[in-house]
Design a protein around this ligand. Structure first.
Ligand SMILES: [Zn+2]
Length: 362
């Protein structure tokens, strides 16, 4: 534990309505940041500088040159290095008193509960819907608030979900968007300052939650339009029929009906009486490189139109390259009447390593 009289916090210690009590709460704070990219980079930087005691980062990426216009935790010299490794070094330079933990893994419905446990606040700095829904459900289950942020082009959004008495992400968006219907930043672009601003809003909300100052964005969604330089808040109500936090819930939680199995377990199922049908949701060119002979190709962006050809009473195992797109597909199918769904964790890459080394990897 570090010295609260450390002059680095002098401007916060004299701050009326903050002071040593709030600084100590920051020092005791444990914050989980899912994603060390456009949002996670500014959030982690400012939270470390502010004196948050423990920061845990979750990411699997390496620094790419296309990251540098918005991820200022990294420099040109870091291209090709693991983000977690660079982030740990950089945060230690910013504030050596902060304990930084790192997890080189992708958050999914299978590991979200384990990752969020033991933290006071979770920051959703991801860029995909399966992770966001998994964070929501895990935070609700553990009673941990999470600070949501998302960006696109010149706009951003911020809110605090899963706080006691407040709405959750599914209260606002009960159903995950269909795969391919929401373009990614890679597809439609983002002005570099946008995630910077939204990430700092997330850091601010985190500080407010840890210290109890101000009014966190619980029950409100902040919408920021940087072209018009306009920001406004809209109220978000807790829904009584919310699938995860409502009083009147559907009989089963959607996220609980997807089984997460590794390739060896799925291979064993294929030998049994009730073998699942394997749906490969990768692109045709990937399927041409390597595929399982027993699989059927249904690229993710065609799933919505092809689903009517599939029998909802059958069991389906979803496959992709590493297990992310297949999870999106499984989530979509679950919300469209399919109940027996398996995500093949690790995808065909893991299948090649663990089950059939004859399959080429790419
Ligand atoms: Zn809810």
């Amino acid at each position: 534990m570090y010295d609260l009289s450390d002059p680095r916090y002098a401007r916060q210690l004299v701050l009326r309505g903050f002071g040593p009590a709030a600084q100590e709460q920051l020092a005791n704070g444990r914050v989980l940041i899912i994603g060390a990219g456009g949002l996670g980079s500014p959030a982690a930087t400012y939270l470390a500088a502010a004196g948050v005691g423990t920061i845990t980062l979750v990411d699997t990426d390496v620094v790419d040159v296309t990251n540098l216009h918005r991820q200022l935790l990294y420099t040109t010299a870091d291209v090709g290095r693991r983000k977690l490794e660079v982030a740990r070094e950089r945060l230690a330079l910013i504030n050596p008193h902060v304990v930084v933990h790192t997890h080189d893994t992708r958050l999914s419905a299978a590991n979200a509960a384990t990752l969020v446990a033991g933290h006071d606040v979770v920051i959703d700095a991801t860029d995909n819907f399966p992770a966001r829904y998994a964070i929501n459900d895990a935070c609700l289950a553990h009673g941990i608030p999470f600070v949501y942020g998302s960006v696109a082009r010149f706009d951003g959004q911020v809110s605090v979900f899963a706080a006691p008495g407040g709405p959750c992400y599914r209260c606002l968006f009960p159903v995950m968007p269909e795969p391919g219907t929401v373009p990614t930043c890679a597809e439609e672009g983002v002005l570099g300052v946008v995630p910077g601003m939204i990430g700092l809003h997330q850091a601010t909300e985190t500080i407010k939650l840890l210290t109890g100052i101000g009014l966190p964005l619980v029950g409100h969604l902040l919408l920021v339009d940087l072209l018009a330089q306009d920001s406004h808040r809209i109220a978000v109500a807790k829904r009584h029929d919310c699938p995860t936090c409502g009083d009147v819930r559907p009989s089963s939680l959607p996220s609980m009906s997807i089984q997460h199995l590794n390739p060896a377990d799925v291979a064993a199922l294929l030998a049994g009486d009730d073998a699942p049908i394997i749906i490969d949701v990768r692109e045709p060119w990937e399927y041409d490189l390597v595929h399982l002979p027993v699989s059927t190709l249904v690229p993710l962006n065609t799933l919505a139109s092809k689903a009517s050809d599939l029998d909802p009473s059958r069991s389906y195992a979803l496959l992709c390259h590493h297990g992310m797109r297949s999870e999106m597909a499984a989530n979509w199918m679950m919300q469209h009447g399919f109940s027996r769904l398996i995500n093949i964790d690790g995808g065909i890459d893991a299948w090649s390593m663990d089950v059939d080394p004859a399959l080429p990897r790419y």
